[in-house]
Design a protein around this ligand. Structure first.
Ligand code: 26Q
Length: 823
């Protein structure tokens, strides 16, 4: 029998107005005349939500009834971005809402800006998770996202004297209309304590078992978020967990009458989901971070097993019903947790449990930097999760037996492969644990997956060659083309119809239009309008004035030495130097606006110095009477998904300049290509695939290849040699060293300069000349607007591969072996 459902509000302007006013009056408790912008925004959000509600309930019910094989995407980060526009788009309400609000004297654009984006991620990995759940919903795949509801997302960045400061991001302050709390579905999570051995059964049947006697517990409260598919009648769920104190948490203390201490203990529990760790590649072994990881994973497994499976389900068949995808190593503690559930709670024999567990997990690696590989000190893990440590030891023992069986007694190899590292301290290598447990291990671009097999995880690839695979990343075309770039979307749809929104390969049909001068003219018109939008945003948001109609050269991503923002700023410095010295005639230089956006991890000192350098160079360049005629540097603070949505569609040139072999994939690179920017980039990550697809003539390649860089590193890299031999480079670095950008103070940027001259781990100096040469090619090409816009259109037409829908198809075929749910 069907559960009765309230019918959706009428899909019309009148229906929308009625629902909106009802929300404003009944939920927000106010009237139109006196409603604040936030009141109106909240009422609007809830109105839109109501249109999706029936689909959500139907999707949930269908999953429940039909029990298909599902995917659970486990991720410590979901960098969602604003929700309103995406929900309006999915529900096909954009025009209706705009008209309805206008009829009440309200401006949809103003209300859009009232939304604070949930910044529950650091960068690429978190945004990828958000794109993936969008695609899964749009493709009708039974899927659920599991993560953490951080009370504070990624910090808000401000600049004081060009230096980064961090402020807390209290994104929940004004209310959060997109979430549904379900305290009645709270889950208890245990920590600490010790384990005990005991004997089960008697005589011949006696088995030695271990049980966990926890020291303390917290509650996990689920918050559900809608993940609407694009106009397909589906709405999937993202379930984020929030920590609460257990009701019994403080009972003992209460009994002693120390009320204040009891309340303090409460806060302690709730700290677990308080804040997102803002490191994005050098994990610090912080206890609270491990608590977060175990907390959300324990909640999620419990939720899936107890709530989403039918009662009495035989867990021996768990792998037939679910694949838990591990987004990097952050959720890997789920592996021993599932073992614990099966063995300790459900009485499975070890081997039986391992058989099931191995088939339930798949692992995605997102890095190549050795310092980014997560390890947890055994001391810490054993104190927080003693039973899990025992389980990890046993997994390791049996795994190392297998290694010895296969390769003989090669103790060096055994030590290299062990899940437990011995030096510099005893620690659990989470990537090894993940690799041992997973059915499949994937990298995030072809080159990255190759390097995983050949270098980072080579021993494991020898042992299990079939375990390793690639799934190249993708981005959702709904948010990053259809919504972010309405001008281009309309132009494309007029040319080839609107099927591309859910079948991005169809952008290929645009190829012939690249040769149509009228189409190119309109493409340039769209670009120019997008630049205008960006100029207005920077003015409004940051009070930054930038010129319109110059080449827009953009580098936006986390600040990290391997990404080489220093290479970009050295290019700017060199241009400035050559203009000021008269070597370059300003009238011969193509005017450029260079936009940076980047947050540095708060403890990453060098990254913060680089931010200061960029800002100081910007100040000097922008103030110079001659240089500023052709060069302008803008560095809006607090780059986020919302800014990206205006910035990416405006860009002419996309900077993807990491040292080859260091950027696992990149996803910004895909967003830019899809919006018709040309890439200047190294042979790294997904740049390789972008270049192969768009063609060498429409991509500015420069720099060392990965094997070349590896060979130089092998034989000993000497950055100072490049400085000595290249006068252009020398002059640029000398300018920084002698204080040109620090009011004559030579000490300010000394650490940056001496690092480049002394170590330069990421070979900025080695690639400098090659980069400048490529920038000269960019400049020459940009002088020919017809050629440039032809290439830009071809970038759009040939980048359909980078849809996250395609990534999801690859995961479904190669890893999950699950299918979309038919009607
Ligand atoms: C781990 C432990 C403790 C604290 C922080 C962390 C942590 C958090 C986030 C470690 C790494 C991250 C994020 C990594 C990341 O975003 N990697 C990027 O992933 C993208 C999606 O696959 C790739 O495109 C990028 O190349 C990769 O750098």
């Amino acid at each position: 029998t069907d559960t009765p459902l309230i019918s959706s509000p009428e899909h019309s302007v009148e229906g929308f107005v009625r629902e909106f006013l009802r929300e404003l009056n009944f939920t927000q408790g106010t009237v139109l005349e006196r409603a604040s912008t936030n009141d109106t925004y909240l009422a609007l959000a809830r109105t839109v939500r109501h249109y999706l509600m029936a689909r959500w309930m139907e999707t949930t019910t269908a999953h429940y009834r039909r029990q298909p094989k599902a995917v659970a995407y486990l991720s410590a980060e979901f960098l969602l971005g604003r929700q309103l526009d995406n929900a309006l788009l999915a529900a096909d309400l954009e025009e209706i809402a705009a008209e309805a609000l206008a009829s009440l004297g309200l401006d949809l654009d103003v209300l859009r800006q009232a939304e604070v984006e949930p910044g529950l991620g650091n960068g690429g990995l978190g945004r990828l998770a958000a794109c993936f759940i969008d695609s899964l919903a749009t493709m009708s795949v039974p899927a659920i996202g599991y993560g953490i509801r951080y009370e504070y997302g990624i910090f808000r960045q401000t600049f004081v004297d060009g230096r980064q400061f961090e402020e807390p991001d209290h994104w929940l302050d004004n209310g959060s209309p997109w979430e549904f709390a379900h305290p009645e579905h709270e889950v208890t999570v245990s920590f600490g304590g010790h384990t005990e051995k005991y004997t089960e059964g008697e005589g011949e049947d006696a088995v030695e078992r271990s049980r966990w006697v926890p020291g303390w517990q917290v509650l996990g409260v689920p918050y559900n978020y809608m993940v609407p598919g694009y106009r397909n009648g589906r709405v999937n769920t993202l379930r984020l967990w929030s920590a609460r104190a257990t009701h019994a948490f403080d009972l003992k203390i209460f009994n002693y009458g120390d009320y204040a201490e009891a309340v303090r203990a409460q806060t302690f529990a709730e700290n677990i989901t308080k804040v997102l760790y803002p490191e994005d590649s050098t994990p610090q072994g912080k206890e609270l971070r491990l608590q977060q990881q175990y907390f959300f994973v324990a909640c999620s497994l419990r939720d899936f097993i107890d709530q989403l499976l039918p009662e009495g389900f035989d867990l021996h068949r768990l792998h037939e019903r679910i694949c838990f995808q591990l987004n990097d190593t952050h959720p890997v503690i789920a592996v021993p947790e599932l073992m614990r559930i099966l063995v300790d709670d459900h009485g499975f024999a070890w081997d039986e449990a391992w058989e099931v567990t191995r088939r339930c997990f798949a692992y995605t690696c997102h890095t190549l930097l050795p310092e980014a590989l997560e390890v947890w000190p055994v001391e810490l893990l054993g104190r927080l999760l003693p039973r899990h440590l025992e389980i990890i030891y046993r997994i390791n023992d049996e795994f190392l037996d297998e290694v010895r069986e296969t390769f003989g007694d090669d103790e060096l190899l055994v030590r290299r492969m062990s899940i437990i590292a011995e030096h510099p301290f005893r620690a659990v290598r989470m990537a090894h644990l993940a690799t041992v447990a997973a059915t499949k291990v994937n990298g995030v671009a072809e080159l990255h997956s190759q390097l995983l097999r050949d270098k980072v995880l080579a021993d494991f690839a020898n042992l299990w060659p079939d375990k390793f695979t690639n799934v190249t990343n993708g981005v959702t075309p709904r948010r990053f083309v259809r919504l972010a770039n309405p001008g281009l979307s309309a132009l494309v749809t007029e040319a080839i119809g609107d099927g591309w929104v859910t079948d991005l390969d169809r952008l290929r049909e645009l190829e012939p239009f690249a040769d149509d001068p009228e189409f190119r003219r309109r493409f340039r018109e769209v670009k120019s309008a997008n630049k205008q939008r960006l100029v207005e945003l920077l003015e409004r948001r940051d009070g930054i004035t930038v010129p319109t109609d110059t080449m827009l050269d953009v580098m936006v991503k986390r600040l990290h030495e391997y990404k080489r923002q220093t290479l970009k700023i050295l290019h700017v410095i060199s241009l400035y130097d050559r203009i000021v010295s008269g070597e370059l005639d300003v009238d011969q230089v193509v005017p450029r606006t260079i936009v940076f956006g980047a947050k540095a991890a708060p403890g990453y000192v060098m990254a913060k110095e680089i931010i200061a350098l960029i800002n100081h160079v910007g100040t000097v360049v922008n103030a110079h009477p001659v240089a500023s005629r052709v060069l302008h540097v803008a560095f809006p603070a607090n780059y986020d998904v919302t800014v990206a949505e205006t910035l990416v569609p405006a860009a002419d040139l996309s900077e993807q300049i990491s040292l080859a072999g260091k950027e696992a994939s990149g996803t910004g690179n895909m967003k830019f290509a899809l919006n018709g920017a040309l890439t200047i980039g190294t042979d790294d990550g997904a740049n390789v695939e972008i270049r192969q697809l768009v063609g060498d003539d429409h991509f500015f390649l420069f720099g060392l290849t990965e094997p070349e860089a590896a060979a130089i590193a092998e034989t000993g890299y000497r950055p100072s040699a490049y400085y000595e031999e290249n006068p252009t480079l020398r002059r640029a670095l000398d300018l920084v060293a002698k204080g040109e950008f620090s009011g004559g103070d030579r000490s300010v940027f000394e650490p940056v300069v001496s690092n480049l001259l002394g170590e330069d781990r990421f070979m900025v100096l080695a690639d400098f000349q090659s980069y400048l040469d490529a920038q000269d090619r960019v400049e020459a090409y940009y002088r020919d607007p017809e050629a440039w816009s032809r290439s830009a259109v071809l970038n759009v037409a040939r980048s359909g591969f980078f849809s996250s829908d395609r990534s999801m198809r690859d995961y479904l075929d190669r890893i999950w072996h699950a299918e979309p749910l038919g009607d």
